[in-house]
Design a protein around this ligand. Sequence first.
Ligand SMILES: C[S@@+](CC[C@H](N)C(=O)[O-])C[C@H]1O[C@@H](n2cnc3c(N)ncnc32)[C@H](O)[C@@H]1O
Length: 255
Amino acid sequence: MATYDRIGAAYAGTRRPDARIAARIHRALGDATAVVNVGAGSGSYEPPGTVWAVEPSAVMIAQRPAGSAPALQASAESIPLPDDSADAVMALLTVHHWSDLEAGIGELRRIARERIVILTFDPDVNHRFWLLEEYLPQAAVFDSTRAVAVDRLVTLLGGARVETVPVPHDCTDGFLAAYWRRPEAYLDPQVRAGISLFAQISDDVLRPGLARLEDDLSCGRWHDRHADLLGREALDAGYRLVVAELEKQQGQVSR
Ligand SMILES: C[S@@+](CC[C@H](N)C(=O)[O-])C[C@H]1O[C@@H](n2cnc3c(N)ncnc32)[C@H](O)[C@@H]1O
């Protein structure tokens, strides 16, 4: 069973694509008219020109809106599409779930003609996010077992540019750091269910840290400590777009 068959049932409820992040992704896709979305989930951020969604979880595929691109139930490590299937391939908030990163990136390079766009997070920055650093350090330890260093991605892609994607204070896509200025949200089990890091850790492990957060919020300690955040519009919580421009000659897979 794919991991998201177990943890993804409520994904579309809290993980609504954010328009500002969508604009960044679509700008990075450039003039691509045919796009394959790998680790596509429920279809967030897919541009109109999406020709295939590749996704291993049937539960996630079932949450794709009617009329979205056809889905292939498959993993990044072995994509049942021919070489050079699309102008661009995108893989958003997914590479840290892959069992064989090298094989998966090799497949992206094989099926993309011009460009690969990956949205990921830099663990060195992301693990300093206040929620992890101050309240749930065990979650950061668990995350270190799966997080992907950005340098490693760039190397596997054969070179790429890296862009910072700040998280707006009212971000609609409820990923880990989306609620950086809305701390009460992390006390909501439904919000946590949409964040794979929390969905994969037992509540017993999270409970003491969440209880401390609840205390700090009710006595005003969190607000005193994080007064600097309250006036900010966006935060760099480590999210990065990694964009590789491929230099393929006709019919040739660049390695
Ligand atoms: C956090 S969700 C992101 C979904 C979507 N890209 C988005 O931005 O909303 C991670 C997705 O990666 C998928 N995934 C997990 N392992 C994968 C693999 N080996 N190959 C491709 N996708 C995978 C999961 O099933 C899940 O749908």
